[in-house]
Design a binder for this molecule. Sequence first.
Ligand code: PBG
Length: 342
Amino acid sequence: MTSAQQLLTHIEADSIPSAHRMRRLRRSDGLRRMVRETRLAPTDFIYPVFVTTGRGVREPIHSMPGQSRLSVDQLAQEAAELRSLDIPAILLFGIPDVKDAEGSGAWIGDGIIQQATRALKDAQPELIVVTDVCLCEYTDHGHCGVLADDGSVLNDASVELLARTALSQAEAGADVIAPSDMMDGRIGVIRQALDHGGFDDRTLLAYSAKFASAFYGPFRDAADSAPQFGDRRAYQMDPPNGREAMRAIARDLAEGADMVMVKPALAYLDLVREARQRFDAPLAAYNVSGEYAMLKAAAGNDWIDEERVVLETLTGIRRAGADMILTYHAKEAARWLARHAG
Ligand code: PBG
């Protein structure tokens, strides 16, 4: 007799209580689907796109395989694809030709984001246009606001320019304005500027709990927005601080945010869960560029099953409590989900 058989003779077959037999729920695909707690759908996704100047440009982003910088004339095609995949929203980042100390490219009437927004609203009025409000892609120093003489980022002067940016994006037709700069008080000031400007119907999605993360590396390559000196730790949040994240979300809601965000997603899923439990507002999580790049790199080496790992990751973000996921995987995930449904 093997030792396993010896052991078995000492265990009564019915010593495992029937009520503890959970595998009954996992017997078939039908049963697994019936008891599934979290569902992932293309309508959960917001797809981020980098918009650049020029015509006919589709320039691949080296550190984000599958993503490209697109010129404005390419956006109608992109919008049609998103609509056909049932992805409701696009998030725009601009890469201007010229940068200056104040980031004026962010708020000028014919800025890259303003042009892109108009083109998208023309082509697909139903597609929700979300615009990122920040100065880092537009400043020659690469910080998210304007600088004092000592190189520190001025809060209130930056907020004024951010409000100007938000207003010009609303004028161009943006549906959702998403400030990602991390200056204090920007949500309240932007809300006021929009309301006074006749845009009280536009929605504010606050990057409320945005951490000073190394996972933004590929984005900064893509947007050419890495700070030229120093880092963002004096305005983005310190990664170890979860309670502070809850305070930031509460503050932004009090200032008029309609929706709030935790960013990045994966190393901060505890905060997605906590925010879900504490607040009733729609909650977004940003599955950022570095998170995307990690999976793409592993998949490109055949180290992981890309489809399963991506869908498992996105489902995990939903299970933690996010209503919406900003993700570069949106289009491929929507295709995989459609195939499973069909
Ligand atoms: C702009 C901004 C950044 C991201 C979104 N908005 C970069 C940063 O804060 O440095 C990062 C998104 C990503 O990594 O996918 N401030």
